[in-house]
Design a protein around this ligand. Sequence first.
Ligand code: CAP
Ligand code: MG
Length: 413
Amino acid sequence: MDFYNFSHLAIGKKPKGDSIIALFKITPKKGLDLEKVANAVAAESSVGTWTHPYTLNKKIFDRLAARVIFIDRKTNLIKIEYPIELFERGNICQLLSTIAGNIFSMKIVKDLRLEDVELPEKYINDFLGPCFGLGGVRKIFGIYDRPIIGCIIKPKVGLSPQKTAEIAYKVFKNGVDLIKDDETLTDMKFSKFEKRVKEVIKVRQKAERETEAKKVFVFNVTSPIDEAIKRAELVKKYGGRCVMVDVVSMGFSALDYFRRQNFELIIHGHRAGHSAFTRDKNHGISMLVLAKLLRLVGIDQLHTGTVVGKMEGKKEDVIKINEFLRGKFGKLKPVLPIASGGMHPGLVPKLIKILGKDLVINFGGGIHGHPKGSEAGARAVYQAIEATMKNISLEVYAKTHKELREALEYWSQ
Ligand code: CAP
Ligand code: MG
């Protein structure tokens, strides 16, 4: 029995213009019709509830009701159009509570996945977006014709600030452009944040003088927002250029607030934990949607996957996410994608073939696991990038480049 008086079905109708359109995949509870469930999802995420509230009149409905404008029974994909008036401008939390809120808990929905969201220009442009973005980061390095070579210090936790700096110096000297803290390293007994910043910046500056190249160290400021701000201030004070935030654990409100401090530090987005809601192909929120939201709140460079490495992520999906980050999105600057996770020199040509060269490519184990150590690891990575950019196969290049040869032999086993 239906207790709700209005229909949200407007299948085949044209979107009204400045609305927000969400693409969902819905698996209805067994025995229920897709159209009926889609209608209920549109209701719950706009003006409706499980029964008709007599406080809801036609005037409110006509102005604010979400409408189901597309249904594909083969794929279970549906599109819901939300009038722009349903949204508070510049409030990313409210955007999420609306299009990714109660609807995930509805009993009539077995599974629900928010696949994509289309936002109108004027909504997008209320956000700051990245301060540097893809172009700004490249400009800092002065590198335009190849991927930025990144390195994660490993082990991810346990090293002292002095040891971290010692390793950083070695890899900076051997071809690495960017080095980063790992996602779980913050302010620890064995590595106090301020001490790490001081030690690392000293060696970064030394390596810059000696190599005459710009280097970036990415300090992980992930922590409650007041503390993250203090840590970013420290990075700024000591002459740092970049900070990392674990975007999922910090949350959108914190990220948005952080960005609005205008530190003019590159913001590196690590997405640890995203798979809790992005991985299931039937339920959750896609990485593409997460990437859109993170571009709104101003992440400059974002982990998006490698296809060829150790982390899950379908080729078409990673390509689509990277294309979105590099493409037009209102007036907001493009974001630099980061390919990371299980990368080693032997995978470089495949990765660049799939994702192009507008990337940071990160190597953790793929540098520090080199049989001859981190310096050789950094050189091998540089050689792999160099060979790929020159269109020379790694096998041929390895004949005259010892570290690359050792890496290829070691990781082919
Ligand atoms: C990579 C990494 C990154 C992952 C995150 C790690 O190290 O530091 O956190 O890349 O995954 O801890 O696994 P390795 P994603 O190079 O040693 O694998 O980029 O897919 O979000
Ligand atoms: Mg890591």
